[in-house]
Design a protein around this ligand. Sequence first.
Ligand SMILES: Nc1nc2c(c(=O)[nH]1)N[C@@H](CN(C=O)c1ccc(C(=O)N[C@@H](CCC(=O)O)C(=O)O)cc1)CN2
Length: 287
Amino acid sequence: MVARIIDGKVVSADVKARVKKAVEQLKDNGVQPCLATVLVGDDPASATYVGSKQSDAKEVGIATRDHRLTSTFKQSELVELMQLLNNDHEVHGILVQLPLPKHIDEFEVIAALSPFKDVDGLTPYNAGMLQSGMGVLKPCTPSGIIELLDYYKIDITGMDAVVVNRSNLVGKPLALLLLERNATVTICHSKTKDLNAKLHNADLVVTAVGNRQRFTLTGDMIKEGAIVIDVGIARLNNKLVGDADFESVKQKASWVTPVPGGVGLMTRAMLLKNTVTAASISKEMSR
Ligand SMILES: Nc1nc2c(c(=O)[nH]1)N[C@@H](CN(C=O)c1ccc(C(=O)N[C@@H](CCC(=O)O)C(=O)O)cc1)CN2
């Protein structure tokens, strides 16, 4: 079997076109959607991601604020900045780029965000809403993966899904979204017993490790016809790669996402979608 490609370029362009229209409608109704990004420290990958998020926003007509802070910025100052942005009526979405420097308690900063401006869907309120099946602002990578499955009309009902990641950003929220689509979900991690057996049995594999030395998914590790969603990003021989050895996985899977050009683009597109949703929520609340 040779896998069909789940193309993040096509689907993210579709999401962005819908977002652009929604932005125009909001503007016609007197609301200029605005996204504030917050970057702490000088991690080059994080700076690149924030740069892309800023230019994506501009491309669809969303206004931006760009807060770039040194790695010595204090936790209390960051919480104060969250409160300032929460109270700024011109700002609808707040994105704090992760990871934060080690001296900062990520949970405390995220928890200081207004859940109505939490365009990453990470506050305790939005995480709880997601768990109840009532999520509105949902984490961007997991909701981007669902958008990809929907676009290609891939029904995962009854499938055994294995997610290799247990973070709040990807693994945990994704497990809930796959469960909502009636998959049977197993979350795997570094302490999982017999990962190979679990992978072999899976109809859907989502991998988000991002370190080829620690984990590489090869074709012989998956079941014939499995769907493979690759969230990992790493550099190998100066080339951007995912967790999957694309060529061998492609020979065995039924569907596969490429890296680059897959889930990463969806993460960015879903942030724009969440920003427009947050702007609409703010408009409703001010009525
Ligand atoms: N606050 C957040 N922080 C982080 C998130 C997040 O969703 N919210 N996710 C990750 C990384 N990430 C977003 O910030 C991200 C990853 C990948 C891409 C992307 O565009 N990938 C492209 C390739 C890009 C390249 O050429 O370098 C692709 O896969 O085609 C965007 C964003 C960590 N932090």
